[in-house]
Write a new protein. Structure first.
Length: 413
């Protein structure tokens, strides 16, 4: 099953990469041609009021068991004990294959990951909004249908890599929803805004059911990636701000979507995380190689108004909470990375490799990860590691959420 999941993601990511290469060369015209739906937005029929009572409307929720993709636990890689003893690659001599270099992702086997001891993990509930897995592009609709098998399968694959760092929670909820197409986030057409609103309407309905279902004394963690982060930020503003549930937020994880320090962050009900032991705060970052070019990302970012309604300029810094330190800004060496989730050469399995990737927030708020590591076909042009934002720092994020939930619990004891 794992092989099928990873094989599928390899195929679809390759399609996305090819499209992104064309986008980098031909710009806005190719964007419209390849990704923006050609038809008009069709208003979505509202879901039944009790739609999310149906377990089939969830990718992850209590009771699913071993088929729950968010419960995936990767193996732990066995790495060579001394980088100097490794076989040199044609590109770099053995002496240069040190901790933090791309070659350090080489492994010599793996062992089963150790499960967490229940007594050491506080109870908490996670609401995770999946990223875009609807790949029809210009030939598709503005919103994914709920019965699209490719969208469904790819969403489960993404959850295995993106939601699994939260697998120590006693409850993980990840809803199906009629997500907006990729083109909705690349277009200024009114249809695009309506499509995003329609996707959010499903997410908001699922979140209402989540809050009704979870014990009202239990801390909650909101998380998502890319489109999922967009919806998480809106939930914060529209469903949590000023309500009793706001006080239950242990942490919010919204990587893969740029958040303006000046025009977005002040409009949110919680601050950015400034310390690793801080609760009730926001973690966000966007990963690029040191020589990567975030120009496409920043161009689109500056074209959109901030959450305060004011324009965001190209020089406005974005929020960067370093996932290795749990603090805003700064840098950390690769030796601080507890485990990067890396698929094997056949895309048939994945393992955690410690000490491979460092992280540094640059002046613009981009998270720089050093020399470009080889993680497979999902790396986008311009050294953009968007697909790997969470897997790059899988183990640190797993520990980070536990630390913040414990801090929340201690503050209320």
């Amino acid at each position: 099953m794992a092989r099928k999941f990873l094989y599928l993601i390899a195929i679809i990511i390759t399609v996305v990469v090819v499209g992104a290469i064309g986008l980098a060369i031909y710009g806005r015209e190719l964007t419209d041609m390849a990704f923006v739906p050609r038809g008009e937005f069709v208003e979505q029929e509202a879901l039944a009021a009790n739609a999310y009572e149906d377990p089939a409307m969830w990718y992850s929720r209590p009771g699913i068991g071993t088929d729950d993709p968010a419960r995936y636990q990767p193996a732990v890689a066995e790495t060579p004990p001394d980088p100097a003893t490794r076989t040199p690659s044609p590109e770099a001599p053995a002496a240069e294959q040190s901790v933090g270099s791309p070659d350090y992702l080489e492994t010599v086997g793996s062992r089963r990951g150790d499960p967490a001891r229940a007594s050491e993990v506080p109870g908490f509930a996670v609401f995770f909004v999946p990223p875009t897995s609807y790949t029809k592009g210009a030939l598709g609709d503005w919103n994914a249908p709920l019965d699209d098998q490719e969208t469904d399968t790819l969403a489960r694959t993404f959850l295995r890599g993106l939601a699994s760092p939260f697998n120590r929670a006693d409850e993980i909820w990840a809803p199906k929803y009629r997500q907006a197409s990729v083109g909705a986030f690349l277009s200024d057409k009114p249809d695009a805004e309506m499509a995003i609103d329609a996707a959010y309407a499903d997410v908001a309905q699922a979140f209402d059911y989540f809050l009704e279902s979870v014990d009202d004394e239990k801390p909650i963690v909101l998380a998502g990636h890319s489109q999922g982060s967009v919806h998480v930020l809106r939930l914060l503003r529209e469903k949590l701000a000023g309500t009793p549930a706001e006080a239950r937020i242990a942490a919010v994880y919204a990587p893969g979507w740029p958040i303006s320090v000046e025009h977005d962050l002040p409009a949110l009900p919680i601050p950015a995380c400034a310390a690793p032991g801080q609760a009730g705060c926001l973690i966000s970052f966007a990963s690029f190689a040191d020589d990567g070019d975030p120009g496409q990302l920043l161009q689109r970012y500056s074209a959109l108004p901030g959450l305060d309604g004011e324009p965001r300029g190209p020089e406005d810094p974005i929020l960067c909470v370093n996932p290795l330190t749990g603090m805003t800004g700064g840098s950390a060496p690769a030796s601080d990375n507890l485990g990067t989730l890396k698929p094997d050469a056949t895309m048939g399995s994945a393992e955690l490799v410690p000490g491979a990737i460092g992280a540094r927030c640059d002046a613009s708020g981009i998270l720089r990860i050093g020399d470009a590591p080889d993680l497979g076909p999902g790396v986008l042009p311009g050294g953009n590691y968007h697909v790997y934002d969470i897997p790059l720092f899988w183990k640190n994020l797993q520990e980070d959420v536990i630390r913040r939930v414990k801090a929340w619990s201690t503050a209320r004891s």
